[in-house]
Design a binder for this molecule. Structure first.
Ligand code: NAD
Ligand code: UDP
Length: 339
């Protein structure tokens, strides 16, 4: 494995993965249509690593563009981040999500097949487990019961890749089920830059701390959890990005479909997150309890033992570091990549 195509490489997780792949000695090619990202993230990846790479601004649904990309570059493996990810928007615009995520992925897989590239790491999500019967969640837990088109798109793409591997056992496929990615690169130069009002907890909290929003609405305080608020497994984005490098190394050992949870194995509640962020930032994070958000589950955290056993990968960065690094990014870039 030498040259890696990173779809969605200008995005939040993708930009951190670019840094980790470059630092690990890989060549990368980035494909992104910039529908949810800024090209500045890639400039900063170049600045952080001192390395250059081709960027193709195009859409994964554009088969001709993909064919040209595979013709022009000798790609060994694909890391497939490109996709839309806003749960609420997916409920309002299911066809957009199915077209972008599922049709887009199918087009990418077709182009890969035509080019003879059969190694892929796919960005899946813990959402494919639906509401798990118990925690921690192992990879052999049943999937399904997704509550929105975004989650369903992840479930379907996993299934499509499994079927592709049945038809052609030469494929090497990693389905990485992320828990809740947070944090930013230590430098504070790249990080999460959501457009509009953040849907996710951590960017919302950091915008409250920096003064862009007045208070955090805590969605539900009557869950069967220790303090009544939702519990999630927050994982530092750099740990997550490094998991992708490990997955590519593992896929080089041979074909097959492998599934790994990428999480830390411990959960924190919404209120614990707000408190930890206050500590790390030295800024108040006022919050108010609000009704539960439709489709949310009470608690969710990973059993990360399989990834540790098989990939030799383990999340190393704790909650304090997640909050400090988010805060550095947020305070140095109060408006994200915009000036
Ligand atoms: P992001 O929106 O920051 O990055 C996704 C990137 O893909 C963006 O740069 C966007 O412009 C690009 N993109 C979207 N559709 C495209 C298309 N049709 N063609 C080309 N580029 C396209 O999101 P992220 O948080 O970095 O997430 C990356 C991946 O990880 C996504 O697939 C997401 O569903 C998955 N994931 C994210 C989380 C999370 O909480 N952030 C959790 C689980 C899984
Ligand atoms: N949450 C919240 N207020 C917000 C955003 C999120 O209370 O403004 C809660 C949400 O209900 C869940 C947790 O924070 O319990 C994580 O939500 P997020 O959307 O970040 O990730 P999810 O686990 O839903 O993918």
């Amino acid at each position: 494995m030498k040259t890696i195509l990173i779809t969605g490489g200008a995005g939040y997780i993708g930009s951190h993965a670019c840094v980790e792949f470059l630092n690990a000695g890989y060549d990368i090619v980035v494909l992104d249509n910039l529908c949810n990202s800024s090209p500045k993230s890639l400039e900063r990846v170049r600045e952080l690593t001192g390395l250059d790479f081709p960027f193709i601004q195009d859409d994964i649904r554009d088969r001709a563009a993909l064919d040209a990309l595979f013709r022009d570059h000798d790609i060994d493996a694909v890391i497939h981040f490109a996709g839309l990810k806003a749960v609420g928007e997916s409920v309002e615009k299911p066809l957009l999500y199915y077209d972008n995520n599922i049709a887009g992925s199918v087009t990418l897989f077709e182009a890969m097949q035509a080019a003879g590239v059969r190694t892929i790491v796919f960005s899946s999500s813990a959402t494919v487990y639906g509401d798990p019967a118990s925690v921690p969640i192992r990879e052999d837990f049943p999937v399904g019961g997704t509550t929105n088109p975004y989650g369903t798109s992840k479930l379907f793409i996993e299934k499509i890749l499994q079927d592709v591997a049945i038809a052609d056992p030469a494929w090497s496929i990693a389905l990485l089920r992320y828990f809740n990615p947070v944090g930013a690169h230590k430098s504070g130069r790249i990080g999460e830059d959501p457009r509009g009002i953040p849907n996710n907890l951590m960017p919302y909290i950091s915008q409250v701390a920096v003064g862009r929003r007045e208070y955090l609405s805590v969605f539900g305080n009557d869950y069967p959890t220790p303090d009544g608020t939702g519990v999630r497994d927050y994982i530092h984005v750099v740990d997550l990005a490094q998991g992708h490098v490990k997955a590519v190394e593992k896929l080089a050992e041979g074909p097959g479909v492998r599934v790994w949870n990428l999480g830390t194995g411990r959960g924190y509640s919404v209120v614990e997150m707000a408190k930890a962020f206050e500590q790390a930032s030295g800024r108040p994070v006022p919050y108010r309890f609000a009704p539960r958000r439709a489709g949310d589950i009470a608690q969710c955290w990973a059993d990360p033992a399989k990834a540790e056993r098989e990939l030799g990968w383990k999340a190393r960065r704790g909650l304090e570091e997640m909050c400090e690094d988010t805060w550095r990014w947020q305070s140095l870039n109060p408006n994200g990549y915009e000036p």
